[in-house]
Design a protein around this ligand. Structure first.
Ligand code: NAD
Ligand code: ZN
Length: 362
């Protein structure tokens, strides 16, 4: 499946399909002038790097693999500096190409490095996690974390091409797969009721790696996100809908200390359930839609309540304080994406804190 992202001169294509890595050489060849650094992490390198290198070399592309540590800690200034040193050592030029082969960590860090090195070098995203295939590889946001917060330092830098091979998801741990699936559900719930209904019928097959189902699930999410990004690249409006579940989700991540106790997608999964519960409490959304969302999350084995988080339960006060520190605060007001029903959502800064507290207490 080929999905165009229409951004004028910065337009590009997202390719989604089973076994696409074997075609990556041909797809990347037109962009690959000079030596091509391939940035990846140790897990992905172990599983997929050799074959990927082979496919590029078959097209006569000169490759320079750069293997970084796996994990969120790699999205830091220290690793950015190291990476830039290695990119320069590889001899990459203004007209060249940098390839990011990995999940959102590798994509965000490599995209940022490509965006600032020599004032911007083209880069390709080869996302290898479900989260990165449906979310982080699409849309051109790049960033690293600083002690003050996640993703606070970055640039918009659109990739030149995205190649999502759904077969590589076969090696992804189930927990990571489900965490990525939260962003799939989010995309459907925020604006496409038909897609949500399709997921209700096909999620199990998709998550079990049945090619037709997983390709459609990924492609549909990419299409939705690409459309939103094309209409609102810099998040001045509609793009903010992609934060459905994220005000609550980030607060849960913060309160659990980014410790691996709660993956980002798990926070989003619980956060979506809370956002729908808040919408019901405010009389905006029928209870049946909220129940339907939560039933789907539970059916595939995703967490949907704060009590699903292992360990000590974060208190409403701690969570509200975390939200107040989030990027999603404007003029001192908490910003939420709320629902009118499944497939119809809107952004609001007008939510009474008491209602938020009540939802966090359940
Ligand atoms: P990740 O990159 O850390 O990958 C998760 C784990 O899976 C890692 O241990 C990785 O080594 C491993 N892995 C990757 N591919 C694999 C494969 N095919 N088989 C086996 N293991 C594999 O995390 P992620 O969930 O992909 O991405 C999370 C990051 O994405 C966060 O930093 C988040 O801030 C960022 N993000 C960015 C955007 C954006 O718009 N730029 C959007 C959403 C999330
Ligand atoms: Zn997210």
């Amino acid at each position: 499946v080929h999905i165009p992202v229409s951004l004028g001169t910065r337009s590009y294509g997202i390719h989604v399909g089973p076994g696409l890595i074997s075609e990556a050489g041909k797809l990347l060849k037109p962009f690959a002038k000079g030596p091509v650094p391939i940035v990846t992490d140790s897990n992905v390198a172990f599983l997929h790097l050799d074959r990927f290198i082979g496919v590029l070399q078959d097209e006569g592309i000169e490759v320079h693999p750069i293997v970084l540590d796996a994990g969120e800690g790699t999205k830091s200034f220290a690793w950015l500096e190291k990476l830039i040193g290695q990119l320069l050592a590889a001899g990459v030029d203004r007209g060249g190409l940098i390839v990011a082969l990995g999940g959102g960590v590798i994509g965000d860090l490599t995209g940022f490095a490509a965006g600032i090195l020599k004032r911007g070098i083209a880069f390709a995203q080869i996302p290898t996690t479900l989260l990165s295939q449906v979310d982080s590889s699409v849309g051109g946001k790049t960033a690293i974390n600083v002690p003050e917060g996640k993703n606070l330092v970055g640039v918009f830098h659109q990739p030149s091409i995205v190649i999502a091979d759904t077969d590589v998801l076969g090696t992804l741990p189930r927990r990571e797969l489900l965490a990525g699936y939260a962003e799939v559900v989010k995309t459907a719930a925020l604006g496409n009721a038909d897609y949500f209904s399709w997921l209700e019928k096909n999620a199990v097959q998709a998550l079990n790696g049945e090619p037709e189902a997983i390709v459609r699930a990924v492609a549909e999410a990419c299409k939705m996100k690409a459309g939103i990004v094309a209409r609102d690249e810099r998040e001045s409006g509609e793009r903010a809908l992609l934060n459905l579940g994220h005000t609550f989700g980030h607060a849960l991540e913060t309160a659990t200390g980014f410790s691996g106790r709660l993956l980002h997608g798990e926070g989003v999964s619980i956060g979506m359930a809370l956002a729908f519960q808040l919408s019901v409490k405010l009389g905006l959304c029928p209870a049946a839609d909220c129940e339907r969302l939560i039933a789907h999350l539970k059916m595939v084995g995703m967490p949907s309540a704060i009590s699903d988080i292992p360990g000590e339960r974060p208190s409403p006060e701690v969570l509200i304080a975390a939200m107040a520190h989030d990027k999603k605060v404007k003029d001192g007001k908490l910003i939420f994406v709320l629902a009118r029903r499944i497939g119809e959502t809107f952004v609001t800064g007008d939510v009474p804190v008491d209602a938020v507290r009540e939802v966090l207490e359940v």
